[in-house]
Design a protein around this ligand. Structure first.
Ligand SMILES: Nc1ccn([C@@H]2O[C@H](COP(=O)(O)OP(=O)(O)OP(=O)(O)O)[C@@H](O)[C@H]2O)c(=O)n1
Ligand SMILES: C[C@](O)(CO)[C@H](O)COP(=O)(O)O
Length: 227
């Protein structure tokens, strides 16, 4: 079986409010994005890596690779206006059959072991989506109404990687973009495929706000000390 990873890094990081998009910010001495690619390169299944980046940042990325002597083989593809478009651009580069894992560049703490689990689970079930169970109490509030509680044992917070048979993904990504396509699972589900959840990792945080970068730094520092 062929394993392919699409790492989406085409975003602006507007919620982070920095001059450089968050995927390029330094984490333990190197850009966030390099940690993410390293995790995939360390996965025992040795997936082929496709990196989706805004076209105006390709040169900058190549400079960063030289500066950090970064040698992991990957194919560079141009990003799109929405995450959906970036994934679509990555998919266009894939020929033949295989299992494809899509991952946010800004989740640099993903473990190589979870990547392998996700690929293998998708191979069996058609797709595999990482998620962790809610630990806080959860309520839903519809505009103009009082907030009502939900059963947190039934609430899962969805992460990436999300892996799929290429056939499912290609069919799903023929659909037009919708605002409620917040991840790949929502696109594939809309195309008629049931979604399979796999336990994620609580440390696999998405760097969205400044404090997330501080938290990621702490996790990595702690891991380094433990190793
Ligand atoms: N047009 C886009 C938008 C997002 N992404 C990627 O999708 C992942 C998850 O998106 P998010 O955390 O929302 O990143 P940004 O869009 O950069 O952040 P923000 O919404 O704060 O601007 C990120 O790795 C981001 O680079 C992408 O490849 N192409
Ligand atoms: C794909 C994702 O990371 C799954 O949790 C999430 O939906 C991305 O959301 P964002 O608003 O684009 O950060």
């Amino acid at each position: 079986m062929k394993y392919i990873a699409i790492i989406v890094a085409g975003g602006k990081g507007s919620r982070m409010n920095q001059t450089v998009p968050k995927q390029f910010l330094e984490l333990q001495g190197k850009p966030v994005l390099m940690h993410t690619l390293e995790a995939f390169a360390k996965c025992a299944l040795k997936p082929e890596i496709i990196l989706v980046l805004n076209i105006h940042q390709h040169e900058f990325w190549e400079e960063l690779c030289s500066k950090h002597n970064f040698r992991i083989t990957h194919q560079l593809v141009k990003g799109g206006a929405e995450r959906f478009d970036s994934v679509k651009n990555g998919l266009k580069k894939i020929k033949g059959d295989g299992v494809v894992a899509i991952h946010d560049a800004v989740r640099p703490l993903i473990s190589p072991e979870l990547i392998e689990t996700i690929f293998k689970a998708a191979e069996v079930d058609g797709n595999a989506i990482t998620a962790v169970q809610a630990v806080d109490s959860v309520r839903i509030q519809i505009e103009g109404q009082h907030a009502t509680p939900l059963n947190r044992n039934e609430i899962f917070l969805v992460q990436t990687p999300q892996a799929f048979h290429l056939k499912q993904l290609k069919k799903a990504y023929l659909q037009p973009y919708r605002i409620d396509f917040t991840d790949d699972a929502s696109v594939v589900e809309k195309a008629g495929y049931p979604i399979h959840l796999v336990p994620g990792e609580r440390t696999n945080i998405k760097i969205t706000y400044t404090e997330d970068l501080q938290l990621a730094d702490w996790f990595l520092q702690t891991k380094k000390t433990a190793d």
